[in-house]
Structure formats: structure tokens, C-alpha cells
Design a protein around this ligand. Structure first.
Ligand SMILES: [Zn+2]
Length: 449
């Protein structure tokens, strides 16, 4: 068995791989509500035909997680591949050039919801398992493939559930999550960490009255305005920490792709997106994303709601931020209640956590030979150097990195990250095929005796 044989196998079965991915895209799994079981059944069937047994773990209404392994031995060095099966809803279908479930192939691309985020990555991982089984690679460890539900709404019922209930007993030495890490116009990213996230709904409750006599009431919109206006004071309550990789270090990691530092600096100057991603990766951020209040032009509003999206650096804890926010609101003179309702004349603020996930970062990545191997294989398959970087978004990597289950978790997958969740989402077929090569060659080099 050799690497050439693996590459030959992939080259001669491209059509089949494309059809497998198209089938997954055509299988609706919009989350909410999920319906991931439909996708799990397709994967199970595909792997079964390759002689690989999958376990499906159903839950809820037509939802499921899936685990498939190359063999039954978990004693040696184990590699874990994780890909999610749910996708975000498509929004207005009329706005799509091709129906989001059509998986139309045009101009060497496949169009549809989930092509990039991330049925492309999930399909590529399943295929790598099939190829390794087919060529009968002799291994001392195991390749575990976990296709999960629920990622798009936080992963509690998907990656976290599988980790707590199925995987904890199986040692994991290295994990890859196949989310899209294309970063056009730059090559692929190998992501080593990501920011934490908490979105908080703030409700202000005032006292209603006729707008002609404002002294009678307490205006909930003005209360909200005071809170929003003072939000920057929150920075004092969030511990000032050094980002895991500084602006200079992040720039340095990308600059290796360029013939010289001068050429990179010129490139950076013309890339506001890249500059802003670097800035986001090195700062605690907050963003007021929704606001609602008032019922009539002549009524003092007694209710106002806003949603604020906070992003934390690895090392900054959600709990600290939440306590800081409460302290700030108290200092502004408002009482915080634990229930969103009160007496008609009560003035208060209520805080509700809508969504959260801690930041995560693989501290010791520089020491890892396995990571260097992955890097070299990715360079070989894509014929371009990838680069190490951090992601400002949030994914399931935190469940592996932050629980000591597998600190050495990276994110790497086909598709351009900026197309995730977008209308007319598409994946370049060559990118998808390259990812199959990377996953299979890496698993082969990691597992072979
Ligand atoms: Zn995703």
C-alpha cells in the first residue's frame, strides 16, 4: 500500500464521491428543526456498502448522531474525524439561483445549502473511511468518524452528547473537525483555536403612561439606551488578557505564504476583511444585533428588548462577563430580576442567555509533529501552503479542546468559510476532492503500522 494507490483510488472514483455529496445535500436537514437522521441513514448505507458498520443514535423528532469506526480496536493511537449533518435554513428560497436542495453542478461547483457548511467536509470524512477500509490499511489504532447533529444551534445534543455518552471511554490522540476553512483569496487555514461566544437578551421594564405627561412613566427604551450607551465600561470587568496569538504573530503566520514581508504588507493593506479578522481574533468584542420596543407613538414604552453578541478571547470566561454585565447594570441604578415579569409599577432589568460557548485554543501546537505532518499533506494535496490561524466564530472544537479529551484538535475542511450560511452557497469540486485526499492520506500516515 502506498500513497500513490490512495491518490489513484480517489482520482478514479471522483464521480461517485460527487454523487454521494449531492445526495447528502438533497437530503433536507435544516436546523431548526434538524432532521439529521435522514442524513445519518444515507451515510450509514454508503459505509455499509463499503463493509463499515455505523451505529446510529436517534433522539427527538427524526434526529440522530452517528459513529463509524475502521475497526474494533481502540487500544492504539486513535484519530477522530467530526463533521456535522445539520445545516442552517436557506432563508428565502426565491433568492437562490438554484433551489437550495438541488445540488446542481455548474462550472465545476456544486450549489446548495450545506455544500460548504458542512456536508462537503462530512462527506469527505466518510469517504476517507471507505477508502482506508477498501485498501485494507494495517493499523495499530483506529479512525473514529462521528457525524453529529445540532452543531448549528450549539452542539449540546450532537458533539457534546456523543463525547459524554459514547467517546469519553475511547482515547483520542488527534481530532479534525471538517468545517470549511477556505479563506479566499488566501489558501486553506488550519485552525488552532477560536473565540468564545455568548448572546444575551436584555429586557428593560419601565412604567407605561400617556406620552404627553412623561413624568408619570419610566421609559423602557431610554433605560435600554442608558445600558447600551455604557456598554464599553464592561471592558473593565472582563480580564485583560493577551490574545493567544498577537496581531504580529497572526500576520507572521500568513506572511510565510508570500515571497517577502514587503509583498505581504502590501497585500494586507488591500484586504480590509483580513485586517478585520485579525483585529477580531485579538480583541474582546460586543455587538448590539437586535432591538425592539414601543407599541404606539403616544404611549410611554414599558418594555424594550435588545440582543447583544459578545465574543471572548481564549482565557476570558463567559461567567466573568455575565457577572460584569450584572454589576454594570446595578451601577447604572437598575435592579436585576430573575424573572422577566413583575408588578405593573416595577422598574427592572432582566437578562437572558440565549446562546453560549467558551473559547478554545490548542496551546502546544508548535510542538506537534502530527500537526506538521498534517500541514505537509495539506500542502501536497492543495499544491499550496496552508497557514495556521484562529477563527473568530464558534464551533464544536471547544468540546474536545476544553474538556482535556483532545487538546490537539484542529479545524480543517473544504469550502470557503465566507460562503457558510450564505445564499447561493457552493463548493468547488476540486476543493472537495482535495479534502478527501488530505483526510485519507493523513489518516493513513497517522494510523499505519
Ligand atoms: Zn458548520
Amino acid at each position: 500500500m502506498s500513497e500513490e494507490q490512495i491518490l489513484d483510488e480517489i482520482e478514479s472514483n471522483k464521480e461517485e464521491y460527487i454523487e454521494f455529496l449531492r445526495g447528502l445535500i438533497q437530503t433536507e436537514s435544516y436546523n431548526p428543526p434538524g432532521n439529521e437522521k435522514n442524513v445519518a441513514l444515507k451515510i450509514e448505507k454508503y459505509l455499509k456498502n463499503a463493509g463499515i458498520k455505523s451505529e446510529i443514535y436517534p433522539f427527538g423528532e427524526n434526529r440522530a448522531n452517528l459513529i463509524a469506526t475502521l475497526n474494533d480496536n481502540f487500544e492504539g493511537k486513535n484519530l477522530l474525524f467530526n463533521g456535522h449533518m445539520d445545516v442552517v435554513p436557506p432563508g428565502l428560497e426565491e433568492e437562490w439561483k438554484y433551489h437550495p436542495l438541488s445540488a446542481v453542478v455548474k462550472r465545476k461547483r456544486i450549489f446548495g445549502r450545506g455544500t460548504v457548511d458542512m456536508k462537503g467536509g462530512t462527506a469527505a470524512m466518510a469517504i476517507s473511511l471507505k477508502i482506508l477500509k477498501k485498501i485494507g490499511v494495517k493499523t495499530s489504532g483506529n479512525l473514529i468518524f462521528n457525524a453529529v447533529a445540532d452543531e448549528e444551534v450549539g452542539g449540546i445534543l450532537g458533539t457534546k452528547w456523543c463525547l459524554d455518552n459514547l467517546l469519553k471511554s475511547k482515547k483520542c490522540d488527534f481530532a479534525v473537525i471538517g468545517e470549511p476553512t477556505g479563506f479566499n483569496p488566501l489558501p486553506k487555514v488550519i485552525s488552532l483555536g477560536e473565540k468564545g461566544r455568548i448572546s444575551i437578551k436584555i429586557i428593560t421594564n419601565g412604567i407605561s403612561g400617556h406620552a404627553s405627561v412623561p413624568y408619570l412613566g419610566v421609559n423602557a427604551i431610554i433605560m435600554m439606551n442608558v445600558i447600551i450607551h455604557n456598554l464599553d465600561k464592561l471592558d473593565e470587568y472582563v480580564p485583560k488578557i493577551k490574545p493567544p496569538l498577537s496581531k504580529e504573530e497572526l500576520e507572521e503566520l500568513i506572511s510565510i505564504l508570500f515571497p517577502s514581508r514587503e509583498i505581504f504588507d502590501r497585500f494586507l493593506e488591500e484586504q480590509p476583511l483580513l485586517q478585520n479578522v485579525i483585529k477580531a481574533n485579538t480583541h474582546f468584542t460586543k455587538n448590539l444585533t437586535m432591538i425592539k420596543g414601543g407599541i404606539k407613538s403616544n404611549v410611554i414604552p414599558d418594555h424594550c428588548e435588545s440582543v447583544i453578541d459578545f465574543r471572548l478571547l481564549p482565557g476570558q470566561k463567559i461567567e466573568t462577563l455575565l457577572n460584569g454585565l450584572k454589576k454594570l447594570i446595578n451601577e447604572l441604578g437598575y435592579q436585576i430580576k430573575s424573572e422577566p415579569t413583575g408588578l405593573p409599577d416595577e422598574v427592572f432589568v432582566y437578562i437572558d442567555v440565549l446562546d453560549k460557548g467558551e473559547a478554545s485554543y490548542w496551546k502546544d501546537w508548535k510542538k506537534s509533529q502530527t500537526l506538521k505532518d498534517f500541514y505537509n499533506i495539506a500542502e501536497q494535496c492543495y499544491k499550496k501552503k496552508p497557514f495556521y490561524f484562529l477563527f473568530p466564530g464558534s464551533s464544536d472544537t471547544k468540546y474536545y479542546r476544553n474538556t482535556n479529551y483532545c487538546a490537539s484538535t484542529i479545524m480543517f475542511g473544504p469550502g470557503n468559510a465566507s460562503l457558510a450560511h450564505s445564499t447561493n452557497e457552493y463548493i468547488e469540486i476540486q476543493d472537495y476532492i482535495n479534502a478527501i485526499k488530505v483526510y485519507t492520506l493523513f489518516a493513513y500516515s497517522f494510523l499505519k503500522d
